[in-house]
Each structure stands twice: as structure tokens, then as C-alpha cells.
Design a protein. Structure first.
Lengths: 121, 108
């Protein structure tokens, strides 16, 4: 069965960086993409960007351009999301999700369990 | 950038009743519209994709309709496990995803 297992909670100081991992299993990793979505406490879902596990191509939301880097390690079927220059507003649960690309029906069909990142001095 | 809106923000429904949730896109997204359910403390779960196709394992009481800019998610007879927040999401020609702000379905 498809599973995305994320790394554990993180506590960071303002200005620091965080790197969250997402290990995939149960499918051919390079046949899909991985998207990252975050959710601040009590708020809705916010798309951050995606990476193709096949080509390494990325597409970042303008909001995070210059501050986020998404990578994959195909040897371990793991995706990573690094966010730099953290501020308190980055406190959120960060989710990875598998992208199923299909013309007219692209969707995020499997999700990780989420990783809480807390930014506090 | 395509902006998604959802209405109402909160919907109070009695168990067994029908719930109708709306999602609107600021410009046409054709049928590239998905719906997700999020229960408290859980990750989102895909319900509907391509505006009207149920995802694997999703009960038939969930249905989606619409195209272009106007979409609807209908839950025909609410069960206790359906009280949650529902998000719509589009995928556009610039290969970006956008979520709506969500509709919370709670018990009347």
C-alpha cells in the first residue's frame, strides 16, 4: 500500500532553516511527483510547491520562491523540503503529498502524516 | 493567479441530512478540481477528483459536480464521521495548485 512517512517534529529559532523528509513506499517513486502543503494552527491548507521525482523539475509558489528548496533522493525514495530564514509565521504542520498527474484530473492522492515545525525564540 | 472561494464557511447539518458545499474559481479551471476532507488532527484525504470522480474507497454518498468556475460537493446523508472541514483545490495551466479556504461541516 502507498505510504508517505514524514520526519518528526522540529523546533527552530527565527532565522534558522528546517529540512523535512518524506519517505515513500508502496509505489514506483519516480513515476509521480511530490507536493508540499502547509497548515498554520487553525488555518487552511497552503500549497508550497512540487517536485517531479522523475526529472527533479520543481515549481514553487511565488510566496516561497527564494526561501524553499525541494529535492528528492531516488535511491531511498525520499523527498525533502528545506525552508530557510524561518519566522514565527512559518509555524505550521507541513505535509507531503503524492501528485497524480492526469489531464483534467490532477490531484494529491496520498498524504503524509504531517510534521509540526515550531519557530520560536 | 487563480483564487478559490468556498461557501458557506460553516454548514450546520443534522445526521442523515443532505449537505451541499460550493466552490468557485476566479477563472475557468475546466474539470481540474478536487475535493479533500480533513478531520481534526488528521491529514487531508482525497474525496473527489476531475470534479466528479470519487477516489478509491470513498462512499457513494459523496458526489461532485460542476465545471469551469462553479463546483459543488454533495454529501447525500451525513454520517457522524463526515463532520469535518472540506477543501476544494484546483490545478492550473501554470502547474500550480490552489486551495479554497474550506467549509466546516458541523453537527446541528
Amino acid at each position: 500500500q502507498v505510504q508517505l512517512v514524514q520526519s518528526g517534529p522540529e523546533v527552530k529559532k527565527p532565522g534558522a532553516s528546517v529540512k523535512v523528509s518524506c519517505k515513500a513506499s508502496g509505489y514506483t517513486f519516480t513515476s509521480y511527483g511530490i507536493s508540499w502543503v502547509r497548515q498554520a494552527p487553525g488555518q487552511g491548507l497552503e500549497w508550497m510547491g512540487w517536485i517531479s521525482a522523475y526529472s527533479g523539475d520543481t515549481n514553487y509558489s511565488q510566496k516561497f520562491q527564494g526561501r524553499v528548496t525541494m529535492t528528492t533522493d531516488t535511491s531511498t525514495s525520499t523527498a525533502y523540503m528545506e525552508l530557510r530564514s524561518l519566522r514565527s509565521a512559518d509555524t505550521a504542520v507541513y505535509y507531503c503529498a503524492r501528485i497524480r498527474w492526469e489531464v483534467g484530473a490532477t490531484r494529491l492522492d496520498y498524504w503524509g502524516q504531517g510534521t509540526l515545525v515550531t519557530v520560536s525564540s | 493567479e487563480i483564487v478559490m472561494t468556498q461557501s458557506p464557511a460553516t454548514l450546520s447539518v443534522s445526521p442523515g441530512e443532505r449537505a451541499t458545499l460550493s466552490c468557485r474559481a476566479s477563472q475557468s479551471v475546466s474539470s481540474n478540481l478536487a475535493w479533500y476532507q480533513q478531520r481534526p488532527g488528521q491529514a487531508p484525504r482525497l474525496l473527489i477528483y476531475g470534479a466528479s470522480t470519487r477516489a478509491t474507497g470513498i462512499p457513494a454518498r459523496f458526489s461532485g459536480s460542476g465545471s469551469g468556475t462553479e463546483f459543488t460537493l454533495t454529501i447525500s446523508s451525513l454520517q457522524s464521521e463526515d463532520f469535518a472541514v472540506y477543501y476544494c483545490q484546483q490545478y492550473d495551466n501554470w502547474q500550480a495548485f490552489t486551495f479554497g479556504p474550506g467549509t466546516k461541516v458541523d453537527i446541528k
